[in-house]
Design a protein around this ligand. Structure first.
Ligand code: NAD
Length: 243
């Protein structure tokens, strides 16, 4: 039988894109919910929750999923580090795919960034630049946050090393800094560049999304995959078999 989906954030940009692709992918949006709707009233008829809404909704989504033992796909971004840690512990009680970016290209960018950070070492200054549409509510993006995490892990640095933009007399750049810059404007779906610069050369790894259907297809693929998994938190690298 076709997968029955509870879609949270159904009236949003991603929600509408996912609903538009459901027929093509062969799944059914059993319930399309948005702010103010009651998840618990619709969960029984669904196999999986897909959430692209607000970071404030994630606790409730996971509470309902764990109570009713349903799989869940979280695409929402913007959680604080402390909130995310608490939410991941809850998410691990059910099969859950949690990904800041569902595109195949970006998941390859994650792998390439790790390789570049490892080969190039601390003498190559690392900076992440992202650009999104003017309506985006959080910054830096979930994808930029993951790219930064990868660089910090590889360089054995903590979040104190991050420089969110620069202004004024900042002094010379320290080799332990990792810069991050969030541009906002127009209808940009999502651009990410990771730069590694040293004296004499610079490497730039860039991904540009031009259609949010890539995220929607990835989220639907994750939904089909996660319902067959044991409880635990997975990412898109697991879904794509990139690990
Ligand atoms: P959007 O603002 O267009 O849509 C969000 C929708 O969620 C709105 O309809 C809003 O009414 C609804 N909403 C808000 N609070 C809610 C609540 N408590 N319960 C239910 N619905 C609620 O935003 P968007 O561009 O569709 O993005 C949604 C989220 O997905 C953002 O966090 C964004 O960063 C993220 N996103 C993730 C990926 C990915 O690949 N992981 C890709 C694109 C966007």
């Amino acid at each position: 039988m076709a997968l029955q989906i509870l879609l949270n954030g159904a009236k949003g940009r991603m929600g509408q894109t996912i609903a538009g692709l459901a027929g093509e992918v062969g799944v059914i949006i059993r319930a399309g919910l948005d702010v103010g709707d009651d998840l618990a009233a619709h969960i029984a008829r669904c196999d999986v929750i897909i959430d692209f809404s607000s970071h404030q909704a994630t606790a409730r989504v996971l509470e309902v999923a764990t109570k009713h033992r349903k799989a869940v796909v979280i695409g929402t971004t913007g959680h604080s580090a402390a909130d995310k840690k608490r939410l991941l512990a809850l998410a691990a009680k059910v099969p859950c795919v949690w990904a800041g970016n569902f595109s195949v290209g970006v998941n390859l960018l994650f792998a390439l960034t790790q390789r570049a950070a490892s080969v190039l070492g601390a003498d190559y200054d690392a900076e992440v630049v992202e650009m999104h549409h003017r309506f985006k509510k959080d910054a830096p993006s979930g994808t930029a946050a993951r790219l930064l995490e990868i660089i910090l892990e590889e360089r054995k640095l903590d979040a104190g090393a991050l420089r969110h933009g620069r202004s004024g007399i900042t002094g010379e750049r320290k080799s332990t800094e990792v810069g991050v810059h969030a541009l906002r404007g127009g209808d940009v779906v999502g651009d990410h560049t990771v730069l590694f610069a040293t004296l004499g050369e610079r490497l730039e790894l860039t991904h540009k999304a031009s259609d949010r259907a890539i995220f929607a297809r990835g989220a639907l693929r994750a939904a089909n995959w996660v319902v067959k998994q044991k409880p635990g938190v997975y990412d898109m690298q697991d879904v794509l078999g990139l690990k």
